[in-house]
Design a protein around this ligand. Structure first.
Ligand code: AMP
Length: 516
């Protein structure tokens, strides 16, 4: 029978109310029973503020346990939780509020300008990182309400705006069924139980921190060691008290930069998960050497929650994201025709299952354009399934470079460049090119203490790649632009170097590499 995230949370509270749900180092801990009492108070407050089932509750606040409790209260009250990245500026927030038309907007107490947004149809309340603000003040005075709006698997639970690098950001409507089925599948395949102690250092406005990490703990009855943000030293401090860490690849590169990371520190841990961006091979290997743990890489996206994961018990393959989650189907199709491709070939990743979102908020055309008639969602990622059934992500479809009519997959070139001595990492992009449409361009981060120049890179690639794949220019930068989830912002690089190939420079830059 279908059981929502908030129902399962209530059941865990019944089983062990005195157990800690949130362990916090700079604030009091919170037990499951205390958390439930607060959720019930927030349910009352939502009702007092006129929030009815189906109404949106937009939340742009710093990470706090109270924000998670507000999320649970929204699920219970049948409201649609809409978390917003704290980095969004006032004009961006305007767009989301106009688009989603929430009944309630909860913002940081420091953002006083937002209070002016209050109107007959929009209440504005505050919630700060220490659990302070007008919303918790109301909750403290409220009578807890154990009432819950009846919700089916199909009812909307949350809207998450995609980080959309092109065009308008789209609100992905996720249902109670999406969230519950995904948490159940992940608890199962990662053997996550009430015995676990999770180091939670991710932001909670994103699917990774909220729908993977929090939902798994809330439904399994695990304890979260709830850190305000990632800090390598603090995470290392907590490893002795914890069993699991969920992170983005940059967590792992930063942990590796600490001389404190070693086998003894990580001895009590049972699982390190990585996702949201590709894990570099070097990171995977070095982490295993230093700690004895093989990072488990998984793949998902806002619209689909988690899609695939490396196996817990069997081989966790570097460079692969593993197998579809239980009840999830993946197929690889031709970008051009949409036909299914044979195993081993690279194409568009499509996915179908209980994890796949319902629709884009108020964008029926966009929704229709990204679903096939048989219910498969076109993820916008390219990938292939190897002979053993492991899925490999090749990159975003929109990052594919088309040069002189040939398709070039950046990842193939990045993988070669990354192995060169002196190179820390790279990003390959397509830039407007007067002759080829797009020119393959490598942006390289050298190791700080090593020497590497354009000729070294080009010479190393020349024997290994067809001429049309060889970069027409190699640019060096100190670091790649990344968002908070550790994803390389290739659109930012494309903007930065948009005019690299003018007709004059194109001739010089690419003369010896043009394939005509
Ligand atoms: P978001 O919607 O912000 O969660 O971003 C989802 C995108 O992140 C996916 O469509 C992939 O392009 C990328 N992504 C997530 N996990 C991985 C992974 N393990 N390896 C490579 N790319 C990933």
């Amino acid at each position: 029978m279908f059981s929502t995230i908030h129902d399962q949370f209530e059941a865990r509270c019944e089983e062990h109310g005195e157990k800690l749900l949130f362990e916090r180092r700079d604030q009091p801990d919170i037990t499951f029973a205390e958390a439930r009492d607060n959720v019930h108070r927030y349910v009352s407050v939502l009702s007092e503020l006129g929030v009815r089932p189906g109404d949106r509750v937009a939340v742009q606040v710093e990470k706090s346990a109270e924000a998670v409790l507000l999320y649970l209260a929204c699920l219970r009250a049948g409201a649609v939780f809409l978390p917003l990245n704290t980095a969004y500026t006032a004009p961006e927030v305007d767009y989301f509020l106009n688009d989603a038309e929430p009944r309630l907007f909860v913002c940081d107490p420091g953002q006083t300008a937002h209070l002016q947004r209050a109107s007959a149809s929009l209440s504005v309340e505050t919630l700060g990182p220490k659990g302070e603000g007008t919303l918790p003040d109301r909750a403290a005075k409220a009578t807890p309400s154990a009432e819950a709006a009846g919700r089916t698997a199909e009812d909307p639970a949350a809207i998450l705006y995609t980080s959309g690098t092109t065009g308008r950001s789209k609100g992905a409507v996720l249902t109670h069924g999406n969230l519950a089925s995904n948490a159940e599948a992940l608890n199962d395949i990662w053997r996550f139980t009430g015995e676990d102690r999770l180091i939670h250092a991710l932001p909670i406005f994103h699917a990774h921190g909220l729908f993977v990490a929090c939902n798994m703990a809330l439904t399994s009855g695990a304890t979260m060691i709830f850190l305000p943000r990632f800090d390598a030293d603090r995470v290392i401090d907590e490893m002795a008290n914890a069993t699991v860490l969920m992170g983005v690849p940059t967590f792992y590169t930063r942990l590796l930069a600490s001389p404190r990371l070693d086998r003894s520190i990580a001895a009590g841990m049972r699982l390190f998960v990585s996702g949201s961006a590709p894990l570099l091979k070097d990171t995977h290997t070095q982490f295993a050497e230093r700690t004895g743990h093989t990072i488990l890489e998984r793949y998902g996206m806002t619209e689909t929650c988690m899609i695939a994961s490396n196996p817990y018990e069997a081989d966790r393959r570097v460079g692969a994201v593993g197998f579809p989650l239980p009840n999830v189907e993946i197929r690889i199709t031709s970008r051009e025709t949409g036909d299914a491709l044979p195993q081993g070939e690279t194409g568009a990743i499509e996915v179908r299952g209980p994890n796949v979102f319902d629709r884009y908020w108020r964008m029926p055309e966009k929704t229709a354009a990204e679903f096939r008639e048989d219910g498969f969602f076109i993820t916008g990622d390219l990938g292939r399934i190897d002979a053993d059934g492991y899925l490999h992500i090749i990159g975003r479809d929109k990052d594919l470079v088309i040069t002189g009519g040939y398709n070039v997959y950046p990842k193939e070139i990045e993988a070669l460049i990354d192995t060169l001595p002196g190179v820390a990492e790279s990003a390959v992009i397509g830039l407007p090119h007067p002759e080829f449409g797009e020119g393959v361009t490598a942006v390289v981060v050298p190791h700080p203490d090593k020497d590497v120049d354009e000729q070294d890179v080009l010479a190393a690639l020349s024997g290994q790649l067809a001429r049309f794949k060889q970069p027409k220019a190699v640019l060096f930068v100190e670091e790649l632009p990344r968002n908070v989830m550790g994803k390389v912002q290739k659109n930012e690089l494309r903007d930065r170097y948009a005019t690299l190939y003018t007709p004059a420079t194109a001739n010089q830059a690419g003369s010896q590499h043009c394939n005509g």
